[in-house]
Design a protein around this ligand. Structure first.
Ligand SMILES: Cc1cc2nc3c(=O)[nH]c(=O)nc-3n(C[C@H](O)[C@H](O)[C@H](O)COP(=O)(O)O)c2cc1C
Length: 165
């Protein structure tokens, strides 16, 4: 799941590079660009599954959840926006709510997660927001953390590689 509001942007390149390596290692990878498939945030209406689908809101989440259903691993890939995840990917993350409740009617088979973030800043502390949010998710969901990559010093499009922190 990547952000990529800018086509060909750094988060797009980061996701593509990760996917290329994973495919070369024999994995099947689907990339969902939340910046180009924008969706509403979770309304906390509690209507999950009432329509037979995980969410009652009809938007681009309808393209995401069939991919989520198949996935063994979820990789979040975002640019830093105000020291955090971009709003586009955050909305998509919040739409995982139907699978996150303690008494959830259905869960995902995801077992592992990974975090990729790029940003203009050269400082590791600038990446602390998404790092901390991500740190707590695997514990809550029982997912195994497979690592984080922070690419620093990238601003204009197609400027990867920056420096990996
Ligand atoms: C609204 C907005 C907020 C941003 N906030 C930060 C920030 O807090 N820290 C940072 O290092 N870069 C920040 N940036 C720069 C982007 O993280 C950087 O340009 C990144 O490469 C954009 O990803 P993209 O190429 O996939 O669009 C911001 C960019 C935008 C548009």
């Amino acid at each position: 799941m990547t952000e990529s509001a800018r086509s060909g942007g750094n988060s797009y390149l980061l996701a593509e590079a990760f996917a290329k390596g994973a495919r070369e290692s024999g994995h099947t990878v689907n990339i969902f660009h939340s910046g180009q498939n924008r969706m509403s945030g979770c309304l906390f209406c509690g209507g999950c599954w009432s329509s037979g689908k995980p969410c009652v809101i009809e938007d681009n989440f309808d393209k995401l959840w069939p991919l989520l259903k198949q996935a063994d691993m979820l990789v979040f890939c975002s640019p830093l926006y105000w020291y955090n995840f971009s709003g586009h990917i955050k909305n998509a993350m919040d739409r995982l709510f139907p699978y996150s409740q303690k008494n959830k009617p259905r869960d995902l088979k995801i077992k592992e997660v990974m975090l990729l973030v790029c940003g203009e800043s050269w400082f590791k502390k600038s990446f602390a927001g998404p790092a901390e949010s991500y740190r707590q998710m695997p514990g809550y969901k029982g997912w195994k953390d497979r690592g984080r990559i922070f690419v620093a010093g990238v601003y204009d499009t197609a400027k990867l590689p920056g420096t990996v922190l």
